[in-house]
Design a protein around this ligand. Sequence first.
Ligand SMILES: [Zn+2]
Ligand SMILES: [Zn+2]
Length: 293
Amino acid sequence: MTVNFALTPGQVNKAVETVIKNNPVYTDMLAFYGPLFDAQEESKTRLRIEPLQIADDVRAVKTQEKFPLIEIKDFAYDKTESTNLFITIGRLAQEANPKLAASASILIKAVDTNLEPERLFNAILNGNEALFENVSEALDIEKQVLGFMTYNSLKPSLCTGADQLSAYLSKDEPWLKGYCPICGSAPIISILEGEGARSLICSFCWHPWSVKRVYCPFCDNSDNKDLHYLFNEEEKDLRVDLCDKCNKYLKTIDTRQVGRLIYPPLEQVSTLHLDFKAQEEGFEPGVKLFMED
Ligand SMILES: [Zn+2]
Ligand SMILES: [Zn+2]
């Protein structure tokens, strides 16, 4: 890949500073997300995760049938790191907007008494929505905040696990599907590179994979009469891909237009104006997210 991805905590900080300079409207939001990304990248450097092993014959079948390598429930995570990160994110959230702050304060106290973050982590991996309903109701907090803090505490482990697993993917045969080759989730954002290459980034494990340039990952459509995009002359590096067939949209970063480092989670939160624009035009996001404001 030719994209300059921000990989170290220092590079992520630099990417955040550049976005704030280019688009000051995100200053307040990134005062929260900047330190959050930082904490996640720092946490990654300390993670201990036993790499998942996939037998050759299993891998061969999955590749042939276009099944993702694992199911979400199979992801391993570092319990200590995720639990510490849960508290760190809670503290950052206490300094953020009132909606986040109120729920985060209650959650930090709850972890001190009877709430085991591990149950929440397992609930995300097992798709146990009911636990999130129950805990948020019992504590009288916003369910979205609970989901957001839990997912973001797990995220360094998910990304690291996906990186480890990517060694099992075929280098010669691009995936070209609308779902993640590692975990099967839908893409959250798309990246255009030089010479027409396009990658999608997974909304769950953040693994990037190649697809055709003219393609809707949400309905597998590559008929260019249904596919177009929103574009604004003032932001040459950003566009929103729209599909008339399924009515979904996907935000795209055109890295040929930028010299800055790309950190996909930062691009996702600092392009919310594009979400508003696409939704105003009547399109729906391809994936539902825990929280974006
Ligand atoms: Zn994935
Ligand atoms: Zn579509």
